[in-house]
Design a protein around this ligand. Structure first.
Ligand SMILES: Nc1ncnc2c1ncn2[C@@H]1O[C@H](COP(=O)(O)OP(=O)(O)OP(=O)(O)O)[C@@H](O)[C@H]1O
Ligand SMILES: [Mg+2]
Length: 256
């Protein structure tokens, strides 16, 4: 069977000032599966996924989402593609001046013509999905939420348009193990029930092992290992093994 690649990143280069962060990243994301990107803090993981929605443009290379090269597409095309992509920002990225209801409903108002009743029903459903009680949180502002609650509200917002692709940047960081497991199961449920394709960035090896189908490790600006879960975790690549085991001694250089 032909493998269906929904995202194809080719020779992606990105420099910030004198720092070359991405030095030729190649990565395929297979439709309907969850691809995990592992890598050190500061290695460029968030930088990669920002290119997928063109929050950044490459210095060199191509970022294909289906048949659109996001690096070169016109604005209207980029907007069309963005509608199909949910993005959970690492920071949560909620609008501080809007309450939870306004934050989560925002994409529905921007991109659909749903009436208020339908909007409220959908917002409530998505909040329950991320284990928040709508009546408790709808009226709260981001600075009244805990870090983990902000993350979950961000997840409710990222999924509200039923996207075809979801980019999760550290969805479980700052969450307790029980809530992390719930979010991981949610990622799986969205994948299986709605056939969502996911790209997941995580430092949490345990959760990403549960959530992922394919794994890629970013190191020194390149994807140095890629594979299906079983093969990836069994690889003899010493960089991957060191990272998985979380040892500070080994070939990986942590430049601080
Ligand atoms: N807009 C920007 N301007 C300047 N430097 C940037 C910008 N975005 C990222 N960087 C730099 O690029 C490098 C990679 O950042 P990035 O956020 O992609 O790392 P990361 O792998 O997501 O790290 P973490 O796991 O800590 O979130 C860092 O050195 C960062 O300072
Ligand atoms: Mg990051």
């Amino acid at each position: 069977m032909k493998v269906d690649r929904i995202i194809r990143i080719r020779d992606l280069h990105k420099r910030f000032g004198s720092k070359e962060v991405l030095k030729g990243v190649n990565l395929d994301v297979i439709r309907g599966k969850t691809t995990v990107i592992l890598g050190l803090s500061g290695s460029g993981k968030s930088t990669i996924i920002k290119h997928i929605v063109r929050l950044l443009t490459p210095d060199r290379g191509e970022v294909w989402v289906e048949d659109v090269d996001m690096a070169r597409a016109d604005e209207a095309t980029v907007m069309e593609v963005r509608k199909r992509i949910g993005y959970l920002f690492q920071s949560g990225a909620l609008f501080d001046s809007m309450n939870v209801y306004e934050n989560v409903s925002f994409p529905l108002r921007e991109h659909t013509k749903m009436d208020e009743r339908a909007i409220e029903a959908k917002v409530r459903q998505r909040l329950r999905m991320v284990a928040l009680n709508p009546d408790d949180v709808l009226h709260l502002y981001p600075d009244q939420l805990s870090g983990g609650m902000r993350k979950r509200v961000g997840l409710a917002r990222a999924t509200i348009l039923d996207p075809q692709i979801i980019l999760y940047d550290e969805p479980t960081s700052g969450l307790d193990p029980i809530t992390s497991d719930l979010i991981t199961k949610l990622i799986r449920t969205l994948q299986h029930q709605l056939h969502v394709t996911s790209v997941l960035i995580s430092h949490d090896i345990k959760e990403s092992y549960k959530a992922g189908d394919y794994f890629a490790m970013l190191y020194d600006g390149k994807i140095i290992e890629y594979g299906a879960k079983e093969a990836f975790f069994k690889t003899s690549n010493p960089y991957v093994q060191q990272f998985i085991k979380g040892e500070s001694e080994g070939p990986i250089k942590v430049v601080r």
